[in-house]
Design a protein around this ligand. Structure first.
Ligand SMILES: *Cc1c(COP(=O)(O)O)cnc(C)c1O
Length: 409
């Protein structure tokens, strides 16, 4: 019989979202008439804008003509998309990224999961706690960790606590670390690392020859001008950071699938002879071996968000979600909750009242207010005692949910 990959068996059993669904199912079968409002999973709800739709339609029509038909495209993405990204997402903020340093993909989940493959098996890694579980689980699967302890923390990973006292910013690791995953604006805490904070990380990474894996999936939700949207706004980041960006939350592409990764030319790792190797050559090789690119209509749809009309439509959706975030944050504050985030990110991170643990609060909120959110402890030990509410909802539902919570339960 074929041996399985034992590393998969280390993965802590109850993945967060299935457990949330299970508890919801139990509740709704016992209370079939309850109108349950979901502010849990981070998925967008607003329809695609016209610019994206038209661009995708046109691309399909083009593919149905003899001249316009396209088969396999470049694995890294078409030049038209890479150029639009370089100019609009970076050039417009004074950051120089060459289109050749951009690799389009079908998602940041996949990119942030796959990136570890091009690094050595014995690379050490650090993650913040709470954390987006993909960074951890993919390294567990790859065998870079031992077993989890009772709190779900794996041996071999350096966890960087993000607490209220530190403004939910992770401290620099005290031990040597090769790879560190940072996410800003942060899922789940909704907080954003200011420039000084990122500068500290870049300085540390360069001094320690470490690489920062920077997940900026939520950068479009930043509303305060002084905050950085890209790690490359920090001098020296080109030598020590990879950035992940996604059209998922930005442009409602969670179902369409388009994202990209930036690997600057200057970014180097070392081989076993201690010779320097450009990281991009490995990623490019990986991409060309394991991936055949995303579809042409999707790339045309993604390109369309940079047109004048597309940009307006995307911004309108983001404004809608951020108005939800404000409603949630202000409503909860008025009701006496302590909240974080929700200003530059579509997530509000609240402190559970009366010392309830995250799952107790989940159960109470569900059974008494019929509102579903995400228990902070599902994102890591330091998330215990916290709870995430997502601003990705229909306005009326969000208002209703907050009204119910404010009434007390
Ligand atoms: C939603 C999300 C992404 C985007 O994932 P896609 O695969 O591009 O849909 C990336 N990182 C974080 C932290 C997210 O929450």
């Amino acid at each position: 019989m074929a041996r399985v990959n034992d590393n998969y068996l280390k993965l802590a059993a109850g993945y967060l979202f299935p457990e949330i669904s299970r508890r919801m199912d139990v509740f709704t079968s016992a209370n079939p008439d309850a109108d349950v409002i979901k502010l849990g999973i981070g998925d967008v709800v607003l329809p695609l804008g016209d610019a994206v739709r038209t661009a995708m339609h046109d691309a399909i029509d083009e593919m149905a003509t003899a001249d316009g038909f396209r088969g396999y495209g470049p694995s890294e993405g078409y030049d038209f998309l890479r150029e639009a990204i370089a100019e609009n997402d970076f050039g417009s903020r004074g950051v120089k990224i060459d289109p050749s340093e951009i690799y389009a993909s079908d998602g940041s989940k996949c990119d942030s999961a796959n990136i570890q493959e091009i690094f050595a098996d014995d690379c050490s890694l650090a993650v913040s706690d709470p954390v987006y579980p993909v960074y951890v689980d993919t390294n567990v699967m790859a065998g870079r960790t031992g077993q989890p302890d009772e709190g779900g923390r794996y041996a071999g990973i350096t966890y960087l606590p993000c607490t209220e006292e530190s403004g939910f910013m992770p401290a620099l690791p005290e031990e040597p670390v090769d790879l560190v995953y940072l996410c800003s604006p942060n899922n789940p805490t909704g907080t954003v690392a200011p420039k000084e904070e990122l500068a500290k990380w870049v300085e540390w990474a360069r001094a320690n020859e470490a690489i920062i894996l920077f997940d900026a999936a939520y950068e479009r939700f930043i509303t305060e001008d002084h905050l950085p949207h890209s790690i490359y706004e920090i001098d020296g980041a080109r030598e020590c950071a990879i950035e992940f960006r996604s059209f998922s939350k930005t442009a409602g592409f969670t179902g369409i699938r388009c994202a990209y990764i930036v690997i600057p030319e200057e970014l180097k790792g070392r081989d076993s002879n201690r010779e320097q190797v450009p990281v991009s050559t490995l990623w490019s090789r990986r991409t060309n071996t394991k991936f055949n690119g995303i579809s042409y209509p999707v790339q045309r749809g993604a390109e369309a968000i940079y047109s004048a009309e597309g940009a307006k439509e995307v911004q309108a959706n983001i404004d809608y979600y951020m108005a939800n975030a404000t409603l949630i944050k202000e409503g909860l504050s008025k009701a006496g909750f302590t909240t974080f985030g929700g200003v530059n990110a579509p997530y509000v991170w609240l402190k559970t009242p009366d010392g309830q643990d995250s799952w107790q609060f989940f159960d109470n909120l569900l059974s008494q207010a019929n509102v579903v959110g995400t228990p902070g402890s599902g994102f890591g030990a330091c998330g215990e005692g916290y709870f995430r509410l997502s601003a990705f909802g229909i306005r009326e539902k969000v208002e209703e949910a907050i009204e119910r919570i404010a009434k007390g339960f």
